[in-house]
Design a protein around this ligand. Structure first.
Ligand SMILES: Nc1ccn([C@@H]2O[C@H](COP(=O)(O)OP(=O)(O)OP(=O)(O)O)[C@@H](O)[C@H]2O)c(=O)n1
Length: 426
């Protein structure tokens, strides 16, 4: 069971209180202050303090603290299963970033200096949850009010330090529907080609958050405008090329009505996965999607779902013209609702009728016994009937299932008869 958010919040206030009682300065810092001022829910409540990591451990005891990030001045205080954990970081100044991702070393400093090392003004504020007071050394409140993502200090230095921040800038701007300040944009364009120092996992994590969000189209457009897309998905421009195709891609992303990463990725990659329409290939090769999924280390589930949607989106859009058993076989697959939503978004982007997908949508709501009747036969039945288990089993069972869905057989006895007659052909 994940920790309870309200309990984590209360626990982090307690952590602040205990540090203050021990004579230290302690404040909420970063994302949770931003979220609080935006009236959004926060998942974590990071605490910043002038106590050193050793002092933090002394206050909370070694049994309740983990020194995992101690070299950067971060101690994790453990509140137990329900309350979760709170990270307590000593105010610091980062010293050099030779890998373009993490500081080489840190020097403990003051709240004001700690604010200066952070990425964006909206993320650079502190808040005292006991006194309920904001501490803002970087103009974060003003930018939050004006809806602006702006680097703290010199944007070139901020992105030179940590290239992941380029994706964070796009994520915060798109998900909050904020503008991205011009000098910050210029610096991102300058460093876009360095995005590759960021690990695949971190890139994928940021992309997930951008594409799941309702404002996914804005995120994609910004990534493209800032030339990050050329670096992240070079496959797109070589194939999508054409402005009309991009505009359709944007429109479909905007019209997608489900908060799902795989469905959004399928829409984004759709044109890159279509072989030239000119050479009339009827099927949609999904190799580019497979290559991208491998590059970003997407999960097997995500990879399979993206490819499956790309393979079948054409069919689902014509669902009303497809023979029922064929459609039924699609609709009983787990990601079918996503396929329908993706298909609908494409039709709407093209400004053409959604009759086909609407039909699919109505059929997927059929009662389970009609849409997905219990199989007439399983492996155990075959063994019992005297067949030797082997690789043919799956093929046989699939063929039986097809016969059942086509309503050519209706009982287990009929299924076994079918197997007897057809065994050598299957
Ligand atoms: N590349 C980064 C990552 C984080 N930070 C700072 O560390 C804080 C905490 O970072 P993190 O928990 O990763 O993100 P949040 O800003 O809290 O936002 P979210 O959890 O929504 O990503 C940020 O607010 C920011 O002040 C930074 O300066 N540079």
């Amino acid at each position: 069971m994940p920790p309870d958010l309200a309990a984590t919040r209360a626990f982090s206030i307690e952590v602040v209180q205990q540090l203050k009682q021990a004579g230290f300065q302690a404040l909420w810092a970063g994302g949770c202050v931003r979220d609080l001022l935006l009236g959004r829910e926060s998942k974590d409540f990071d605490v910043a303090t002038n106590a050193t990591p050793d002092e933090v451990r002394d206050v909370f005891g070694h049994d309740h603290t983990l020194p995992i990030g101690a070299s950067f001045g971060v101690i994790t205080v453990n509140g137990g299963r329900r309350r979760g954990q709170v990270e307590v970081a000593t105010f610091r100044t980062d010293m050099g970033y030779s890998d373009g991702r993490r500081p080489d070393a840190v020097r403990f400093s003051s709240a004001e200096e700690d604010a200066q090392r952070r990425d964006f003004t909206i993320n650079g504020m502190f808040y005292d949850p006991v006194e309920e007071k904001v501490l803002d050394y970087v103009g974060g409140q003003r930018d939050l009010k004006n809806g602006l993502v702006r680097s703290i200090g010199n944007p070139y230095l901020r992105f030179e330090e940590d290239k992941l921040r380029m994706l964070r800038a796009v994520r915060f701007s798109s998900t909050f529907a904020f503008d991205l300040e011009l000098a910050t944009q210029r610096a991102i364009r300058e460093f876009a080609s360095h995005i590759h120092v960021v690990s695949a996992e971190r890139i994928a994590a940021e992309m997930r958050r951008m594409l799941v969000d309702n404002h996914r189209m804005i995120a994609v457009r910004m990534l493209r405008d800032l030339t990050l897309m050329d670096e992240l998905l070079p496959e797109l421009d070589s194939v999508v090329g054409h402005a009309l195709r991009w505009s359709e891609t944007y429109q479909s992303l905007e019209r997608l009505q489900v908060a799902d990463f795989s469905a959004a990725m399928a829409l984004l990659l759709r044109y890159a996965c279509q072989r030239s329409v000119l050479n009339g290939e009827p099927h949609r090769p999904v190799e580019p999607a497979a290559a991208i999924a491998a590059r970003w280390k997407l999960t097997n589930d995500e990879t399979k779902t993206i490819q499956w949607i790309l393979r079948h989106e054409g069919l689902i859009r014509r669902a009303d013209e497809v023979a029922w058993p064929k459609l039924q076989r699609l609709l009983i697959q787990e990601p079918a609702p996503l396929l329908i939503e993706a298909g609908r978004a494409i039709q709407r982007a093209k400004a053409i009728s959604t009759e086909g997908v609407d039909y699919a949508r109505s059929r997927i709501e059929l009662p389970e016994e009609d849409l997905n009747p219990a199989p007439l036969l399983n492996g155990g039945d075959l063994i019992q009937a005297g067949y030797q288990p082997g690789p043919q089993f799956q093929r046989v069972l699939e063929a039986v299932r097809d016969e059942q869905l086509e309503k050519r057989i209706a009982t287990t006895a009929e299924a076994l008869d079918f197997v007897k007659v057809q065994w050598d052909n299957l």
